[in-house]
Design a protein around this ligand. Structure first.
Ligand code: COA
Ligand code: ZN
Length: 311
């Protein structure tokens, strides 16, 4: 039983900011070790032009191998139709379409207007629906910079609501509200998620927070109170958009799993096995700062996991 879905995005959001190539076999070791720790959803790569982000030159190989792991839902980021086609060809399980609520960030990041992004998404959902049965990936509509933008500052709640409505109208299976540059606070999270959830009805709404200014887990707590049950995070808090000045790490996955588990919310993830996976990052990212309070402090004395309490 799972109460809250936790999705690893470090292989995409984390590695896109790392200039040295993380070897393909090591990416796969990371994916396999997390799957063995109980992580069920991993964004394993990004279908963007390798010329733009060389880290993902091995996207096809990573997806092909990740798809062999039993029980794992394999996800990839896409900015356009070309990315979606690469995903369809491989039989990926989930595609995370990215657009920004901020006009400027959308232009800088995906080089098109928000209207063009929406039009592209509509075509992508239609193309997905035309795939043979069993090969129709779930499409997640991501709204980047929904809680602030390093070009435009504060983003009006009504803009987020409006674009969420447009994603819903395109036929996405899920909406992901993202605080790309870590400007959000719990009061703002309540306002934005409330508006989005009221707008899109039964479509599940997930949260993608960055901990750039230390508000990451507080924002999770606020979203949980509203009923959000799907969170992105990255092991050791890697992360950040290379096309958003000042962006830094996602919320620390190990700390998020500990907080949820401690609250009695089951994630299916074994926190001790998860923290051991950090060794793969330590080995491959010398000089990159790794974050994590639980990794530093250890579990509380006589800690009882949520699974054991639920039983
Ligand atoms: N995968 C691989 N190649 C792609 C591609 C994709 N998803 N999309 C476009 N291309 C190729 C095209 O085929 C074309 O190749 P050619 O020069 O050999 O003909 C070239 O890239 C340019 O295509 P175009 O459609 O003109 O793209 P663009 O230059 O306008 O860039 C995006 C648009 C969306 C592809 C680019 O801005 C992008 O990938 N942005 C995402 C950036 C990112 O990773 N941000 C962080 C995640 S939030
Ligand atoms: Zn992000």
């Amino acid at each position: 039983m799972i109460d809250v879905r936790v999705c690893e995005v470090g292989l995409r959001d984390g590695l896109q900011l790392v200039s040295t190539f993380f070897p393909t076999e090591e990416k796969l070791a990371w994916i396999r070790a997390e799957a063995a720790a109980g992580v069920r959803e991993i964004e394993v790569t990004s279908f963007v032009p390798p010329k733009l982000v060389p880290q993902f030159v091995d996207a096809e190989e990573v997806v092909r191998e990740a798809l062999k792991i039993p029980g794992l839902s394999v996800m990839a980021l896409i900015p356009n139709m070309k990315g979606a086609e690469r995903g369809f060809a491989l039989g990926v399980h989930q595609l995370d379409f990215v657009m920004s609520v901020s006009r400027t960030h959308n232009l800088k990041n995906v080089r098109r207007s928000r209207e063009e992004s929406i039009a592209d998404l509509k075509r992508i959902v239609e193309a997905r629906n035309a795939q043979p049965e069993g090969r129709r990936p779930k499409i997640v509509g991501g709204l980047s910079t929904a809680l602030g933008c390093s070009y435009e500052g504060r983003i009006p709640v009504d803009d987020v609501r409006r674009y969420a409505a447009q994603l819903a109208a395109c036929g996405v299976d899920e909406i992901l509200v993202a605080d790309t540059v870590g400007y959000g606070d719990p009061a703002q999270v309540r306002a934005v998620f409330k508006a989005v959830m009221a707008e899109v009805g039964r479509i599940p709404v997930g949260a993608h927070f960055h901990d750039t200014r230390g508000t990451g887990l507080a924002n999770v707590a606020a979203a949980l109170d509203l009923g959000v049950r799907r969170f992105d995070a990255s092991l050791a808090g890697l992360g950040g958009c290379p096309f958003a000045p000042g962006a830094s790490g996602n919320i620390v996955m190990d700390d998020l799993v500990f907080m949820l588990d401690s609250m009695g919310l089951r994630t299916g993830i074994d926190i001790e096995k998860l923290t051991c996976v950090r060794a793969i990052l330590e080995k491959n990212l010398p000089g990159t700062e790794l974050h994590g309070a639980v990794a530093k402090a250890g579990l509380p004395t006589q800690y009882v996991k949520a699974d054991a309490r639920a039983g």
